[in-house]
Design a protein around this ligand. Structure first.
Ligand code: AMP
Ligand code: MG
Length: 327
């Protein structure tokens, strides 16, 4: 199969035809690129698992183009969903609800719940509104780092998908927050750019009241996602990173540092890929930096961020990418 990369707006009509005829389309979103198919078509969705090499027990997110569409894919929609939608949709928040009969089992990995998100990308929403709700995981080969550019997708899926809509770099840079509303009290299954602190006021959780939003493991989170091809470590400080770098260098291992610019002086002239200045810059750039680093270097050493909120969400992904190894 020939894989073409087309500017998102120019390729939209063709993407609509492909989705309507049961084929795959890669589309841009603000989190990471998605590998999509008609969510109501089990045979089309099966192609997603084949193209990615994804285990069948890892469910997909169903992408919708407007709030009302949630009723087509979920059989019960609590009021709190609409309160959350008002504030966070479109956006990097996925909500888990009881699934409707229209959504085939392959989408939800046989489960009775469906994950729903409205992406903050006009072309993605138009693709959906002109076809169907679109089931999509990240558009990488299974277990690799998620893609934040069309080129990343091409590197992983060339020959496996007909069309990649190129919408430039993803603004957010890590996968959406997954919030489960089906288990009594709200539970964050996967941390992301929308944090527990941001969600609390909409979930009837008062900060300081002692009530907290739970955390648990999302089905997909048991897999070693996000792993780069090179050996990788998270560094507790610039000093420990510099020391480990020098050791790797002496052993001829060709290391690189992924750190924000505040550490430029501390790290000196050691090889470094910049993660920008802020936590949001780090989130935006970390997958791209991991993909660039694995191509050229033997050992990747990533800055560890302190703190909760978004810093903790990015660290959730970094710790997966490094397989929990720290220096
Ligand atoms: P990806 O977009 O590649 O990160 O894959 C989608 C992820 O969404 C899965 O790995 C799960 O973590 C999560 N997810 C999808 N459907 C459900 C569901 N019904 N319940 C809980 N989590 C889900
Ligand atoms: Mg993924």
């Amino acid at each position: 199969m020939i894989t073409r990369i087309v500017n998102a707006k120019d390729g939209l009509d063709e993407a609509v035809s492909l989705i309507r005829s049961g084929e795959l389309v890669v589309f841009p979103t603000e989190t990471v690129y998605g590998l999509g198919a008609n969510a109501y078509d089990a045979a089309a969705v099966k192609k997603i698992f084949e193209a990615k090499g994804r285990p069948q027990d890892n469910p997909l997110i169903v992408h919708i183009s407007c709030t009302d569409e949630v009723r087509d894919v979920a059989r019960e929609v609590p009021d709190v969903f609409y309160a959350l939608a008002e504030r966070f949709m479109p956006g990097a928040l996925t909500v888990v609800l009881p699934k409707s009969a229209r959504v085939p089992d392959i989408v939800t990995a046989g489960g009775d719940t469906v994950a729903v998100r409205m992406p903050d990308n006009a072309v993605a929403r138009e693709l959906i509104s002109r076809s169907f709700p679109i089931a999509a995981p990240s558009a990488n080969r299974s277990k690799h780092v998620s893609p934040t550019s069309a080129k990343h997708v091409y590197d992983d899926l060339n020959g496996r998908v007909p069309l990649i809509l190129d919408g430039g770099e993803c603004a957010v840079g890590i996968e959406s927050t997954v919030l489960d509303l089906t288990s009594g009290s709200p539970v964050i299954l996967r941390p992301g750019a929308v944090t527990a602190e941001m969600l609390a006021p909409y979930l009837g959780v008062t900060p300081g009241s002692g009530k907290v939003i739970g955390t648990a493991k999302s089905p997909g989170m048991k897999y070693e996602h996000y792993a780069p091809a090179a050996e990788a470590y998270a560094a507790r400080s610039a000093a420990s990173a510099a020391e480990f770098y020098d050791k790797c260098e002496a052993e001829g291992k060709n290391p690189v540092l992924l750190f924000r610019d505040v550490y430029a002086d501390a790290l000196g002239d050691r090889a470094r890929i910049s993660l920008g200045g802020s936590v949001d810059d780090f989130m935006h750039g970390v997958y791209s930096a991991l993909r660039a680093a694995e191509k050229e270097y033997g050992v990747i050493i990533v800055e560890m961020l302190d703190g909760d909120g978004r810093a903790a969400s990015v660290m959730n992904r970094v710790m997966k990418a490094v397989g929990g190894k720290t220096v």
